[in-house]
Design a protein around this ligand. Structure first.
Ligand SMILES: C[S@@+](CC[C@H](N)C(=O)[O-])C[C@H]1O[C@@H](n2cnc3c(N)ncnc32)[C@H](O)[C@@H]1O
Length: 504
């Protein structure tokens, strides 16, 4: 079990007015290459990205084991293809980063070496600051001929040497705390030697308060600092003089002056999100808030602008908001955009509202595919999610093998079953079937009827662009025969009623 990270953060005041350079507190839905081109040069202070990796196992992207996974597998069939995909995006990210800004690229062993070379080429080798090793898991590997792979790499680059860096500290270990065994009216302190071994000819080898360091110890000693600093310690009452004859002075080092241990580039104190954690939204690629808090606190100040161009369920945006920073998020997945919008509303209590946003509060989501034309063009699984969520339903997590049901609506009257937890409800639910088709035909309705019979549902919802007259007659015949009703909705119905806006 990793240790809890030291909390360096005091909650900063909520960010005030938005930036004059760019719109902030905005989630853009779309390919980041296109979206980034719309941003002016040198407008953001900190960029964090966590793009989908170049591996079969790790193409979990936002969705994990779903159809999107397969789409990504196909897209980045080789490391070269992955780098070719990432390079123009990183060039754009470099362009939008301020001269004093910092850039963090989160990846793992599958492509990290190639990513490092690409970033050296874009940012310049000298702009590389750190490879942060985040020990993400401690689970045991079943593979016998391999050291288990337990870390991610986060490459940290800057645009030039004039970058912001707020050092972060880890909590002191129990052993270090035990050294603080003295107490006076100023607090708890430990005694630290002011003399250390080794003769010196310079200032630190000179006599102070009648003590010649070169004559101390077996082979001579020297002061740890210059005489003027020793005098300052003395004036501040920080020098401890032993009563014992011949004892040497020591420095009183108070616990409250010790900020902790400066962080190294190995981060082993932040756990992966477990599925039972309150933070978990159930997406396999979701990163812990503590990780993003640390990056944001190190490389930005309150009201600085943070950009995440692959923002998934919005961890970087939530961390930025909580820490009083401005933020911009981009994700190609409309569902990811809606998930993060909901998260910002639920967790940060931010309102998604254009008018409020114009007044410098709240946030907005832009460029979601809301037209029929756009909805025809988004991937099928995205369309399914869009339709199910627009109806107020819950999409099936496993979209493969859904047995003719893409989501479920639980009427408000449905109550959770006792002792079964929040989702342990409910026998009352209505199935939703979604087809990204221009004309749904009778066979599609037949399949949905079979699913409704199998699940013994009295009502079901079908969403498509349109229905053939055969399909509509079948729906009527089914009702006459079984008493079960199918509500056939078109995309236009949903758009006209603005259901999607209300439920997004
Ligand atoms: C690994 S996830 C990011 C997870 C995120 N760090 C979090 O904590 O939730 C990668 C995200 O990149 C998005 N993505 C993939 N290609 C993209 C592109 N070309 N433009 C914008 N977003 C993209 C995916 O939709 C996915 O949500």
């Amino acid at each position: 079990m990793a240790k809890k990270p030291a909390s360096n953060s005091k909650k900063a005041p909520v960010a005030g007015k938005p930036s004059s350079l760019v719109d902030t507190r905005v989630i853009y839905c779309g390919d980041n290459l296109e979206q980034l081109k719309k941003l002016p040069a040198e407008c953001v202070d900190l960029i964090y990205i966590d793009p989908p990796f170049n591996s079969n196992r790790n193409y979990e992207v936002f969705w994990g084991e779903t159809k999107e996974k397969r789409a990504f597998d196909d897209r980045h069939a080789s490391t070269q293809a992955y780098i070719d995909f990432m390079r123009p995006r990183c060039v754009e990210l470099h362009r939008v980063l301020k001269k004093t800004g910092s850039f963090y690229y989160h990846c793992d062993w599958h492509a990290s070496h190639y990513v490092k070379i690409m970033l050296d080429q874009i940012f310049g080798e000298n702009q590389f600051v750190n490879e942060i090793v985040w020990k993400r898991s401690s689970n045991r590997s079943s593979m016998s001929k391999i050291f288990r792979r337990a870390h991610d790499s986060i490459f940290f680059y800057t645009k030039n040497s004039d970058y912001l860096f707020n050092m972060q500290y880890k909590e002191l270990s129990e052993g270090s705390l035990e050294l603080y065994k003295h107490k006076d009216d100023k607090g708890t302190y430990q005694l630290v030697p002011l003399l250390v071994s080794g003769k010196r000819n310079g200032e630190t080898g000179k006599e102070w308060h009648g003590i010649d360091p070169n004559k101390c110890g077996k082979a001579g000693m020297h002061w740890v600092t210059l005489p003027e600093n020793l005098n300052k310690y003395e004036e501040e009452g920080l020098v401890f003089w032993p009563e014992k004859e011949g004892g040497t002075p020591r420095l009183k080092y108070y616990l409250e002056d010790n900020k902790g241990v400066p962080l190294s580039d190995v981060w082993d104190d932040i756990d992966l999100i477990s599925s039972s954690s309150r933070e978990s939204l159930g997406y396999p690629t979701q990163k812990p808030l503590a990780l993003l808090d640390r990056i944001i606190e190190t490389s930005s100040n309150p009201n600085d602008i943070i950009l995440d161009a692959f923002c998934g369920c919005g961890t970087a945006l939530v961390a930025a908001e909580n820490l009083g920073r401005q933020w911009i998020g981009i994700d190609v997945s409309p569902t990811a955009c809606r998930v993060m919008a909901k998260r910002l509303r639920d967790v940060c209590h931010l309102r998604e509202d254009e008018k409020l946003w114009q007044a410098g509060r709240g946030f907005v989501v832009r460029d979601l595919p809301w037209s029929e034309k756009q909805l025809r063009e988004i991937p099928h699984f995205e369309f399914e999610n869009w339709a199910v969520i627009a109806l107020g339903g819950i999409p099936n997590k496993a979209q493969v093998g859904d047995m003719g049901i893409d989501g479920r609506i639980y009427p408000i009257s449905a109550m959770p079953k006792k002792d079964k937890g929040e989702l342990g409800f409910m026998d009352v639910w209505y199935p939703i079937q979604v087809k990204q088709k221009d004309k749904v035909g009778r066979p599609d309705i037949d399949n949905f009827e079979a699913a409704m019979m199998r699940e013994d549902r009295t009502k079901g919802f079908f969403v498509a662009f349109d229905y053939s007259s055969d399909a509509m007659s079948e729906i009527q015949a089914f009702f006459k025969k079984s008493g079960k009703s199918i509500i056939a909705l078109t995309v236009k119905d949903i758009l006209d009623e603005q259901i999607a806006y209300k439920l997004a």
